[in-house]
Design a protein around this ligand. Structure first.
Ligand code: NAG
Ligand code: NAG
Ligand code: NAG
Length: 233
């Protein structure tokens, strides 16, 4: 009963050993068949051929046999590339890869920062006026535009030359417009100006004192002083 059983397990052992030996041989052949000179960003295919890693290419293609070759980054964003990020988007090349981003003023519907395939392009206009209600400073009125926004100033204010988000006062009195009648002094204020009678003058009958249309006349007292002054000379 023990004889045939032992014989069978011995045969089995031999079989296992044989398979192991074959496997070992294949394995060692594989490592010895690997071109050890394959440059960075490549792996060996066999003893004579290397293959560039994904995102890299040699001057003779993905696979090469010359030790003089190197694997260089593929510019997926370059003019000859098949990659397209789609509308309102930019392509950004990276070492071995690339990604797409929405251009300034646009964002993905998901608000994610990047995508890789035009089919994932959901770049849409950002409503800066809604997102940042105070983006237009000092009474500026925000208007959203495609990809941007503008600030408009109420009357009497104008956009600051140094900051397109900032409304600053227009000094109507020094702007060369001479908005007041010459019988009055121009007084600038934020968003406007006043026309006030010159010292010693008063509004002509029916004229207010202050608004743009104020017209003043010298008082009799002033005339009198002027007259006596003239006489004394
Ligand atoms: C190495 O692999 C390349 C590509 O598969 C093949 O063209 C070439 O014949 C192979 N060379 C050897 C020695 O096996
Ligand atoms: C981009 O997406 C389309 C559709 O989903 C797919 O057919 C294509 O292979 C993708 N391209 C890349 C480079 O992944
Ligand atoms: C003010 O303007 C009037 C005309 O509107 C002119 O006759 C007068 O000479 C001016 N006076 C001064 C001080 O400029």
């Amino acid at each position: 009963m023990g004889g045939p059983g032992r014989r069978r397990s011995f045969l089995l052992l031999l079989q296992v050993l044989g398979v192991s030996l074959i496997l070992l041989e294949v394995g060692s052949q594989k490592t010895s068949d690997c071109a050890r000179w394959c440059p960075p960003k490549s792996t060996c295919v066999n003893a004579t051929t290397c293959r560039c890693s994904p995102g890299f290419i040699s001057s003779s293609g993905e696979m090469f046999t010359s030790r003089l070759e190197s694997c260089d980054d593929i510019n997926e964003c370059g003019p000859s590339s098949a990659v397209s990020c789609g509308k309102f988007a930019d392509c950004q090349n990276t070492e071995g890869s690339f990604y797409c981003t929405c251009i300034q003023g646009y964002e993905l519907a998901s608000q994610a920062r990047t995508f890789r395939n035009e089919s994932e392009n959901t770049c849409q206009d950002v409503d800066e006026c809604q997102l940042k209600p105070r983006i237009c400073k000092s009474r500026g009125i925000c208007t959203n535009t495609q990809g941007s926004y503008t600030c408009e100033c109420p009357p009497g204010l104008e956009l600051s030359p140094g900051d397109p988000n900032l409304c600053t006062d227009v000094n109507e009195c020094t702007s060369g417009q001479n908005p007041c009648h010459n019988s009055t002094h121009c007084l600038n204020n934020i968003g406007g100006y006043e026309c006030r009678c010159r010292p010693g003058w008063k509004p002509v009958p029916g004229s207010p004192n202050g608004p743009k249309n104020t017209v003043c006349e010298g008082t009799e007292l002033r005339c009198h002083i002027l007259e006596t002054h003239t006489q004394n000379i």
